[in-house]
Design a protein around this ligand. Structure first.
Ligand SMILES: *Cc1c(COP(=O)(O)O)cnc(C)c1O
Length: 407
């Protein structure tokens, strides 16, 4: 006889255990995609939890373009390589290549698929993939699935990165180094200039995930290209540039930008690109409109940076524990899962929605509120959030001292 248990029993037991550990996640159902205002169960809330950093998800010009795009057909009707690749996808890819200063770009249906597909296409058995320990789950899953030797280094620790590059060199094979440009749960930026220099010394290929950099930062020439451009790095230094369209673009989908050969290669070898239905044409059309705004209207970015400055200034005045982030992601590290659940619950009662981020999304002992700012927030909304947060932390005896030691 085998020792199998009934499915229902296994599910019940595992869910109960997750609840006991304060790790159970509730789905919140919203009436519509939130601007700063949202509605959950009929109750109005101000959201500080979305990744719509520029407010483009609810921009009238984007919505109109997406509606018009639906005239091209509701769906692409097949994978890109069969008959699901439309002119509107080509236009979007050209737009992305222009915004990122790359020769070419390839659109994927999601960032998760772009990361898994690109890593698995570029390295395999006999090669090496080196990752920062705080990389996004989709990069980690790509590293697991690709069958290359997977090496990890402590967060943004360049000496540790170099040790792994030496190890990879001893292993032989190609070396891909994958990092987030802006860390999704911490908001800090990777030391890209130094990492690129190390990659050059060891002949490694650098892949940067710009999910949280694209659209909101860049260089004088490429103001929306992301954190690699902000660090002065181009296609030679960062040959594999990945970005998502579900964050600052406010939409859905993702891209990899780089050389013409890289894009040709991914079309041939990236399985999550090949074996899935093409992006719906309306999504591509909406994305083009959002990227037009990113390109032509610097006001959204300017407003976002004003709000980030306001948030950090006031938080310091109020003695709130901030993390070293200059980006739209402003986490408040509380450590314990229970504290995070309680404070997020109290904020929701007082009209604010913030992310209660717990393991396994972040390392054990580093549970946090993930507050995200948007160009669409008013100064008053930010001030009100900070006052309510200060009260909630005081109520639970959290005194504004940073809980020591991030892992
Ligand atoms: C959101 C995110 C992804 C995944 O993108 P989706 O389009 O949502 O699948 C990848 N990397 C990072 C760093 C992200 O934050």
């Amino acid at each position: 006889m085998t020792s199998t248990a009934p499915l229902a029993e296994v599910l019940r037991q595992r869910l109960a255990e997750r609840r006991e550990r304060n790790l159970y996640r509730d789905l919140k159902t919203l009436a519509a995609a939130p601007g700063p205002q949202a509605e959950v169960d009929g109750v109005p809330l101000v959201t500080f939890s979305s990744n719509d950093y520029l407010g483009l998800a609810t921009h009238p010009a984007v919505i109109a373009a997406q509606q018009a795009g639906a005239e091209l057909g509701a769906g692409a009707t097949a994978s890109h390589l069969v008959n699901g690749h439309l002119e509107v996808h080509e236009r979007l890819q050209d737009k992305i290549a222009g915004l990122t200063g790359r020769q070419a770009a390839l659109v994927f249906s999601s960032g998760y698929m772009a990361n898994v597909g690109t890593i698995c296409a570029l390295v395999g058995r006999g090669d090496n993939i080196i990752s920062d320990k705080l990389n996004h789950a989709s990069l980690i899953d790509g590293a697991r699935l690709c069958r290359a030797e997977s090496l990890r280094f402590a967060h943004s620790d360049l000496a540790a990165l170099e040790r792994q590059l030496q190890r990879a060199q001893r292993n032989g094979g190609n070396i891909l180094v994958a990092v987030d440009g802006v860390y999704s749960m911490d908001g800090d930026c990777a030391p890209l200039r130094e990492a690129a220099q190390l990659c050059r010394e060891y002949g490694a290929w650098l892949m940067v995930d710009e999910a949280h950099g694209f659209g909101v930062m860049g260089s004088a020439q490429l103001p929306a290209a992301g954190s690699a451009a902000a660090a002065g790095l181009g296609q030679d230094e960062v040959p594999v540039l990945m970005g998502t369209l579900g964050k600052a673009a406010g939409n859905a989908g993702a891209f990899v930008a780089g050389s013409r050969e890289l894009v040709d290669y991914l079309v041939q070898f990236a399985r999550p690109y090949i074996y899935t239905t093409g992006m719906p044409p309306a999504i591509a059309a909406g994305n083009i409109a959002a990227l037009d705004i990113m390109q032509d209207d610097p006001d959204h970015r300017r407003r976002l940076h004003d709000r980030i400055g306001q948030f950090r200034r006031r938080a310091v005045e109020l003695g709130l524990p901030l993390m070293p982030s200059a980006t739209a992601i402003q986490p408040v590290l509380l450590g314990e899962e229970e504290a995070v659940v309680r404070v997020a619950g109290r904020l929701q009662e007082r009209g604010f929605l913030v992310g209660a981020i717990r393991p396994p999304t972040v390392p054990a002992g580093t549970a946090r509120l993930r507050i995200t700012l948007s160009a669409a927030h008013s100064e008053n909304q930010i001030e009100d959030l900070l006052l309510v947060l200060t009260d909630a932390l005081a109520e639970y005896g959290i005194n504004g001292e940073s809980p020591g030691g991030r892992s």
